[in-house]
Ligand binder design. Structure first.
Ligand SMILES: C[S@@+](CC[C@H](N)C(=O)[O-])C[C@H]1O[C@@H](n2cnc3c(N)ncnc32)[C@H](O)[C@@H]1O
Length: 353
């Protein structure tokens, strides 16, 4: 029975359409230790995306005094305050960065691509995090198997990534996949390693880039944040507790306060979600679009309005599309409603006041 199952599993893995022979080849196959010898005390994401990463880590690690491994660590582990860990080990390739990382209680220099075996004990960690680095693993399934070995049963493996990379060091299958396909790819690493329960995913994308970011002029959108995570098999399921609730804009507003503000919007002409003045907006003159009750509406164009910020995640969950919505007030009907927008710029050319 066991042999038959193993055989079947091998067949399934061999037949996987995702991993061809060259899938994990790289443009620069030279020693990673040499590439990462250079210190890079830089931020790999913009500040909004980094704050999202912190919230995701803080919400998903629910253990008290957790022992954490930061796999492929640099100078910053993006841990939120209040996590109160018992230990944090960083495993990476650049000793100066690991030494300067204020979160770490210990570090290990180890090249995962030379040896995917982790020099760490079995069943030891409550959580393993891997941030913006999974794209550099040439033997990801073996590494995921090792992560399962060193986690306690029920422990969390949280893989976070975005769309930026050192292309010469990223594996071919990652470079050639689009962003949604990369979610499937990481899910596949979890599945093929066979050490984990069902995966969950978190996506935050399409939000405006912070205005003070150095790339704000050339890139209007904040770096997307994707997370795929699962618990090691065999533990008490904690997944109910592991929920991303505190990412900017996701806190639900007080319903009574909102209702009161909506009730007097005719007089205030302010957004009930952010209190900013609504802009008068001329409806498009297009017979093929919807027919409008009025020649103009009022719309909240505040890019930091929580209703609009929350909308990106909500729309992604509902439609898997990169869209959000803004609050629109119809003065004719004295009613608020969402108006969908595919980008922060959409509809803004209709502003007339
Ligand atoms: C883009 S940086 C991300 C650093 C950190 N995780 C963060 O979120 O800021 C990629 C990291 O992966 C580590 N790394 C790359 N290749 C590695 C390998 N073969 N073995 C171990 N670590 C590696 C490097 O040391 C580097 O710190």
């Amino acid at each position: 029975m066991e042999t038959a199952l193993n055989f079947l599993d091998e067949r399934v893995s061999e037949m996987s359409p995702i991993f061809s022979n060259e899938a994990f080849s790289r443009l620069d196959a030279s020693d990673d230790g040499v590439f990462y010898q250079r210190d890079r005390f830089v931020s790999h994401l913009d500040s909004l995306a980094l704050s999202t990463v912190e919230h995701v880590i803080g919400d998903l690690i629910v253990e008290e005094r957790p022992a954490i491994l930061d796999l492929m660590a640099g100078w910053d582990s993006h841990l939120p305050e209040g996590l109160n860990p018992s230990e944090i080990v960083g495993l990476g390739l650049n000793e100066n960065e690991l030494k300067k990382n204020p979160d770490l209680t210990a570090y290990v220099l180890h090249d995962l691509n030379k040896d995917p075996h982790l020099p760490l004990p079995d069943n030891h960690f409550d959580a393993v995090i891997n941030t913006v680095s999974v794209d550099y693993m040439t033997q990801p399934v073996q590494v995921f198997e090792e992560v399962a070995r060193i986690l306690k049963p029920g422990g969390l493996f949280l893989v976070i990534f975005s769309n930026r990379m050192f292309p010469q060091k990223a594996v071919k299958v990652w470079r050639e996949a689009n962003e949604d396909e990369r979610l499937i790819l990481v899910d596949e690493f979890f599945k093929q390693s066979r050490g984990f329960d069902t995966t969950s995913l978190f996506v935050s994308k399409g939000k405006p880039r912070p205005k003070d970011d150095k790339y704000a002029d050339s890139t209007p959108l904040s770096d997307p944040v994707y997370a795929v995570y699962a618990e090691k098999k065999g533990g008490l399921p904690n997944m109910e507790k592991r929920r991303v609730i505190s990412v900017d804009g996701t806190q639900q507003p007080d319903k009574d306060v909102l209702a009161r503000k909506k009730a007097c919007i005719k007089e205030t002409l302010c957004c009930p979600h952010c209190d900013q003045k609504l802009n008068k907006w001329e409806v498009p003159d297009n017979p093929f679009c919807q027919t409008w009750d009025n020649d103009y509406m009022y719309i909240c164009f505040n890019d930091e309005c929580p209703y609009y910020v929350r909308g990106w995640d909500k729309m992604y969950q509902d439609t898997l599309q990169g869209m959000s919505y803004r609050l629109m007030y119809n003065p004719e009907k004295d009613r608020c409603m969402p108006i969908p927008v595919p980008s922060p710029h959409a509809l803004k050319d209709g502003i007339i006041g």
